[in-house]
Design a protein around this ligand. Structure first.
Ligand SMILES: *[C@@H]1O[C@H](CO)[C@@H](O)[C@H](O)[C@H]1NC(C)=O
Length: 397
């Protein structure tokens, strides 16, 4: 039985039927419903919980400082500053005394001062996936994984995008980029962390936001280079995603149309959010490779689990290819790169495998784990190590 027939029989069993499916497809051409399907921001998953009390998700008293950021277009973003455990231990008494709850002016808080005034501080900008809030699912354990490689140095700041959780506004492709830029500007200007000490982390939808963010800073007249990017369970772009994405790992929204590529392509012309990650990642790499002087360093790690039922890991093969192709003057075909990977990849037995491509400027890695599903993997040591490796490569540690 194919997935689409399973899907169709599930729909019929639900009394949905072919006609219902056509109505559903019709609805998907309406921007409002598309946004609901792509961002899933209406699904908070932390219902009836105050997302400014992080102790509910297993953090120590004031280990998380909730605060707000204001975007240039007037949106208020809810953010968490997550303190690494080793550093927390050293400042436990001061941190416990800090007032609790959301910080109106975060610069008054001890936690913020300990970040800003530490020349050795490292920072992860954390961009989460679709649906939920800062406190949902595997996100809290994954914040702890960010700092596990250097628990006395690595801070994490995560945001709920516009329209998510307690943030105001409504999500859009441009809006989420503005949110991420607001976060990065805050990190560099308010917290004073140099970009070489900042890693961009994204998971699922957050990988598209992260790539967009890195691309935005690389394409400015005066470009900014961050230490690097760690992208977990990414997708190549929305067009490829619609053919393969399964909500909650089971419902392939447009999967039944995959035998009809033209119809799928037609439907895609109605979808406003494109999130063209593979093209933006390639443009980012090209920009770094071609930048005059010696300032174009980059470090990109793509991580995916083979048992990811939401987004298949073939998306990571696509992204890796587009990045590597852009890094080489004559490019490389997908098949040639696959063959090169077969020859050069490091096999890690039950842990999976790693492929890497280097130039004088940068490194692109693809790490495929055998297990980790779509979300859980972001709390695993493979991610902690990737974050640490990225800081090391930039010379920050
Ligand atoms: C791969 O790189 C080559 C050379 O830069 C370029 O001409 C080609 O368009 C790239 N392929 C893709 C799929 O981006």
């Amino acid at each position: 039985m194919t997935f689409s027939s399973v899907f169709q029989s599930t729909l019929s069993a639900l009394g949905f039927g072919a006609l219902g499916y056509l109505v559903f497809l019709g609805l998907l051409t309406v921007p409002f419903f598309q946004d609901q399907a792509i961002y899933l921001h209406g699904v908070t998953l932390t219902w009836f919980k105050d997302v400014s009390i992080a102790e509910q998700w297993g953090f120590l008293r004031n280990q998380v400082t909730p605060f707000t950021l204001r975007t240039p277009d007037g949106v208020t973003l809810h953010a968490w500053h997550i303190f690494p455990l080793g550093l927390y231990r050293r400042h436990e008494d001061e941190l416990i005394k800090q007032p609790e709850g959301i910080a109106v002016d975060v610069t008054d808080r001890t936690s913020f001062k300990l970040l800003r005034d530490d020349p050795e501080a490292l920072l992860v900008l954390y961009l989460h996936g679709a649906a939920g809030t800062l406190g949902s699912g595997w996100r809290p354990p994954s914040y702890r994984a960010m700092s596990a490689g250097a628990p006395d140095k690595i801070h994490t700041v995560a945001i709920d995008y516009r329209g998510f959780g307690a943030s105001t506004g409504y999500p859009s492709e441009q809006g989420l980029l503005t949110d991420a830029v607001t976060l990065a500007e805050w990190a560099m200007r308010e917290a004073g962390i140099p970009p070489s000490r900042i890693v961009i982390f994204g998971q699922s939808l957050g990988t598209a936001v992260g790539i967009s963010l890195a691309h935005y800073y690389a394409s400015k007249p005066t470009p900014t280079s961050f230490a690097g990017m760690v992208l977990v369970a990414p997708f190549a772009d929305v067009e490829l995603l619609t053919a393969t994405y399964r909500i909650a790992g089971t419902v392939p929204i447009l999967g039944p149309l995959s035998p009809f590529p033209r119809l799928l392509a037609f439907l895609n012309t109605f979808i406003l959010s494109k999130w063209p990650s593979k093209d933006k990642l390639a443009a980012f790499v090209r920009e770094c490779e071609e930048r005059p002087g010696d300032d174009g360093k980059y470090h990109v790690t793509i991580i995916h689990a083979q048992d990811d039922y939401d987004i298949p890991w073939s998306h990571s093969d696509q992204l890796f290819w587009h990045a590597v192709n852009a890094s080489r003057p004559d490019g490389i075909t997908f098949d040639d790169l696959e063959e090169e990977k077969e020859q050069t990849k490091k096999t890690l037995g039950p842990a999976g495998w790693v492929a890497e491509s280097r130039t004088a400027r940068g490194i692109v890695r693809e790490e495929i784990a055998k297990w980790g599903l779509h979300d859980r993997i972001m709390s695993y040591p493979i991610v902690s190590l990737a974050v640490l490796r990225t800081f090391e490569a930039s010379g920050a540690i």
